[in-house]
Ligand binder design. Structure first.
Ligand code: MN
Length: 492
């Protein structure tokens, strides 16, 4: 069972007392059957919880309170099987604290042409019941994901699943603690941001610790812990170095970091290579192997990207294709075949590797420490997204670019780090120009397991601006949208 199955989504099905016991009994039976169907479908990552039919204001208010106080509840799915007058919903909806999916569907797929009568019409009124419900959600400005279609339709099931993944990212954020080891890299702008606003918007609790706190853990690490960590490295990775002592130092750092993360309940962390104090190596292999285990990470004090790596990993759980901290590093500007080489000083997550990663020990060209051990590998090919969260001053903006990761056309024998190579959509120039206009960072999350639509849903639930750069992007449209967004967000 993945962690996503532990998240519940309360299925709130509306009706009213007016219809009488027989109709309400049918609504209940249908809703129960549908919840079971959803839970048996592989496209639905969370657990749908059947709730007895909602018939009046008191029941609706109680059901929404129950969703609010259920710690496992990551969202509610509303559907009006019959008409369910929306004034009955106002009291409950005004207290709603969970993401909402409004599902407009109908229990019976086809109109029974030869037998349809008013009894059938009274029971199957989603076509107007859901319009009444849509009105009150819009009137109350409640953020909603609206999805319509037959409830067994595969596309609809996939879209419900996609929204659940966004809600899972939100739920992950509500409990996320981010460990800052030191501060931001000196002079760098984009890695800064408003941590209090992030706590309010996303639930991220972002706290700083001194490098000395980590060093104390490193010094406490025993030879037995290092041996155990080395055994794990040998099982997963190919050791291609004579300098085992350097690898053992990363094992020491990983054991120390893991203890620190677990003791504080942290789900993400960052380092800062300018502030290592008595640490002998920048955590490279250590940070990479911790990312593989699901921790969010970013370099240079970038707590926003570290947190987003964790959130995106949570959203993509159970799917093939990983997610990593990433940086646009170097361009290939061959006409018609422009590519971006993504990498970092060390810290790319092996969950995106296309081959067994190799452990190497190579000097860093920057900084003044011992050559750090790191994993090197080529990243997987295929469609992916680059995700960047930036602080625009009075608001956050999430920028997503669709990319196609491609195979390396040539070996790069002197490249001492893991790397990904991609063609950004819609084309290199439009993507890069759009990213610049939008203020996207040089740091990002690269994920093969989530989509732009899922990230848009996440942004809408947490109420931040969303900018998508993809197949249909045109610079003039994007610039107009950015200008309009700027004005609209200032009015809020
Ligand atoms: Mn960087």
């Amino acid at each position: 069972m993945t962690n996503l199955k532990k998240l519940t989504f309360h299925f709130l099905v509306g009706s009213q007392d007016l219809y009488g016991a027989d109709v309400l009994k049918s609504v209940d039976e249908h809703a129960r059957e549908m919840a079971a169907y959803f839970n048996a479908d592989a496209r639905i990552p969370g657990t749908v919880v059947f709730v007895p039919v909602l018939r009046n204001s008191d029941g609706i208010a109680r059901a929404i309170q129950a969703a609010n106080t259920d710690a496992s509840c990551a969202g509610v799915i509303t559907w009006m099987h019959t008409f369910s007058p929306s004034k009955m919903w106002i009291r409950g909806l005004s207290t709603l604290q969970k993401p909402l999916l409004h599902l407009d569907t109908q229990y019976f797929r086809d109109i029974p042409w030869g037998t349809i009568d008013m009894d059938y019409m009274n029971l199957n009124q989603s076509a107007h019941g859901d319009r009444e419900h849509g009105f009150i959600l819009s009137r109350m400005r409640i953020p909603q994901k609206a999805l319509a279609g037959y409830w067994k339709d595969e596309t609809l099931l996939s879209r419900i699943g996609a929204w659940m993944r966004a809600a899972a990212g939100v739920a992950e954020g509500r409990k996320l603690r981010v460990l800052r080891i030191s501060d931001n890299m000196r002079e760098v702008a984009v890695t800064e941001g408003d941590k209090v606003e992030a706590h309010i918007k996303f639930g991220w609790s972002v706290d700083h610790y001194g490098v000395e706190d980590l060093i104390a853990e490193v010094e406490k690490t025993t030879e037995a812990e290092i041996d155990a960590q080395m055994a794990e490295y040998r099982e997963r990775y190919a050791l291609q170095t004579e300098n085992v002592a350097a690898v053992r130092y990363q094992a020491r750092e990983e054991a120390a970091l893991k203890r620190f993360l677990e003791a504080g309940g942290f789900g993400a962390f960052h380092t800062n290579f300018q502030d290592l104090q008595q640490l002998k190596q920048l955590p490279g292999l250590a940070a990479q192997d911790l990312m593989r285990q699901g921790y969010g990470f970013a370099g240079e004090g970038d707590w926003k990207t570290a947190a987003m790596v964790r959130v995106v990993k949570a959203m993509g759980e159970g799917r093939t294709g990983g997610a990593s901290f990433m940086e646009d590093y170097t361009y290939h500007l061959e006409p018609g075949n422009e590519l971006v080489l993504g990498a970092h000083m060390l810290e790319i997550c092996p969950s995106i590797a296309a081959e067994k990663p190799a452990v190497k020990v190579v000097p860093l060209g920057i900084g003044d420490r011992d050559p750090p051990a790191r994993l090197t590998f080529r990243a997987a090919t295929g469609p992916a997204v680059l995700v960047s969260l930036v602080d625009m001053g009075e608001r956050f903006r999430l920028i997503v670019n669709d990319v196609e990761c491609v195979a390396q056309p040539h070996d790069m024998p002197n490249l001492p780090v893991a790397a990904a190579l991609w063609k950004p959509l819609p084309d290199f120039a439009t993507s890069a120009e759009a990213w610049m206009y939008a203020g996207g960072a040089h740091h990002s999350v690269l994920s093969y397991a989530v989509t732009a639509e899922e990230l848009r849903d996440w942004a809408e639930i947490v109420d931040v601006e969303f900018v998508h750069i993809g197949k249909g992007t045109r610079i003039e449209d994007l610039r107009r949208d950015l200008a309009l967004n700027d004005a609209l967000w200032k009015l809020r």
